[in-house]
Design a binder for this molecule. Structure first.
Ligand code: ATP
Ligand code: MG
Ligand code: MG
Length: 406
């Protein structure tokens, strides 16, 4: 599909009809969580109309989007109804009804990225098969159908062994580590048994986790954001450092792997590529998300074009923006629920109160109706003139926090 076509039809119209905002096209987003909320924020700046589909009346995106249809992004009739109201369909979550997206595409509905991409990515095992076929370096992996199969995989890959659900995984809720053969059956049980589909991955002895946000326009042009380091706490992204403190050769390799991985998928938008760096300097792909991603939240304050604005530019067919950093360093700290209910809110608000006094810090609160332990409730980004400075500012924020809590 020619980029110039989509660009001209979606924006800067040549006829005399008034153009309200940068595009007349309504961008339909399946999902209205924090990513939908931040997409809506970026859209409002350019007067692009974002409409979200989410079952929760008071989902994080509802207050900020142009429109909100209450309904499930996993229900066929609802997705079809939603598509009728939108000029282009995109996602903020990959766990959507992909069969319906495929059907809609056949009827001419514009989905970005393509349904084929969502289909590959929403099944992590299929995703691994796809990337291995395309020569992307990955930890070794194998489908398992019973405990005997899991044992065989353990013999082959050794322990610890990572057992993963194929589908509906997020924030590590779909991963279980078996430290030895004895732990295999409890890991499998923890993931709900074999019904949902399981596979195993060889343990990746990583020294760092890295991520690259990749943007692809409708004309297939690709731009990569600077490589970042992601630090996880109990499988959940907790801290992101931008740029990653790794030698330029590693940055180049990580960017190459990310670009190659995204090139093997179809459609426009932001893609996030999660990577492992091993101690012998190898880069292995962990997984790809077909949408804006937690590892790219820092771009709102630290890059010329945020990942959210870039995603909108890409799916609408506007020219892509500059992904480079406009500040030397940024650190992003996720506000994960520390406790249920009111006490959780109290702890988060204590931290936010202090963050508001820190130079270079920006607070994002997603306004989720319920506070739960380990849930992503918001984030804080601190930008500054060096990584040392932004790290010191984060440390001072967190140190005060722990003394307050004691
Ligand atoms: P997300 O919220 O990013 O979608 P997810 O639930 O899909 O997470 P993964 O990305 O598969 O989970 O894994 C979460 C984390 O678990 C990784 O970031 C990494 O820290 C660890 N991990 C995953 N696979 C492996 C592996 N093969 N070896 C070692 N650690 C791993
Ligand atoms: Mg995932
Ligand atoms: Mg992940």
């Amino acid at each position: 599909q020619a980029s110039s076509d989509s660009y001209e039809t979606s924006s800067l119209r040549k006829d005399d009809s008034p153009v309200h905002g940068l595009s007349e096209m309504i961008v339909g987003v399946l999902g209205g969580g924090q990513l939908g909320r931040m997409l809506s924020q970026a859209a409002s700046q350019m007067a692009i109309k974002v409409m979200v589909l989410d079952p929760l009346e008071n989902c994080p995106a509802s207050a900020l989007s142009y429109d909100h249809m209450v309904g499930s992004f996993d229900d066929s009739a609802t997705v079809e109804e939603f598509a009728k109201r939108c000029g282009v369909l995109t996602v903020e979550i990959e766990h959507v009804d992909v069969a319906t997206l495929e059907k809609l595409e056949q009827q001419g509905v514009d989905c970005q990225p393509k349904a084929s991409t969502i289909r590959i990515i929403q099944d992590k095992y299929l995703q691994k098969v796809h990337f291995s076929k395309h020569g992307i370096p990955l930890p070794e992996f194998m489908e398992i159908k019973d405990v005997e199969g899991a044992r065989k995989a353990g013999d082959l890959f050794g322990y610890p062994l990572m057992v993963k659900s194929k589908r509906l995984a997020y924030d590590g809720r779909g991963n279980a580590v078996a430290k030895s053969e004895e732990e295999l059956s409890s890991a499998i049980t923890a993931l709900g048994g074999f019904d949902r589909g399981l596979y195993v991955e060889k343990w990746a002895p990583f020294v760092k986790e890295l991520a690259v946000i990749v943007a692809r326009g409708r004309n297939s042009s690709i731009l990569c954001y600077p490589v970042v380091e992601t630090i996880h706490r109990e499988n959940i992204c907790h801290i992101v450092k931008a740029p990653a403190a790794v030698p330029w050769k590693i940055r180049e390799l990580a960017t190459d792997v990310a670009r190659k991985a995204v090139s093997s998928l179809e459609g426009a938008g932001i893609f996030a590529v999660e990577l492992f760096l091993t101690n012998d300097g190898q880069i292995l792909l962990n997984e790809v998300a077909p949408r804006p991603h937690n590892s790219g939240h820092h771009t709102i304050e630290s890059c010329y074009t945020s990942q959210f604005e870039q995603h909108l530019r890409a799916v609408v067919g506007l020219p892509l923006g500059d992904p480079s950093m406009k500040t030397p360093a940024a650190i992003m700290y996720n506000l994960l629920g520390e406790d249920e209910g009111e006490h959780g809110f109290y702890l988060a608000h204590q931290l936010i109160g202090r963050a508001l006094g820190i130079p270079g810090a920006t607070v994002h609160w997603y306004d989720k109706p319920e506070m739960r332990k380990q849930r992503k409730m918001g984030h804080i980004t601190i930008v500054g003139s060096s990584m040392g400075i932004v790290e010191a500012r984060l440390n001072s924020l967190l140190k005060e926090d722990s003394s307050d809590c004691q």
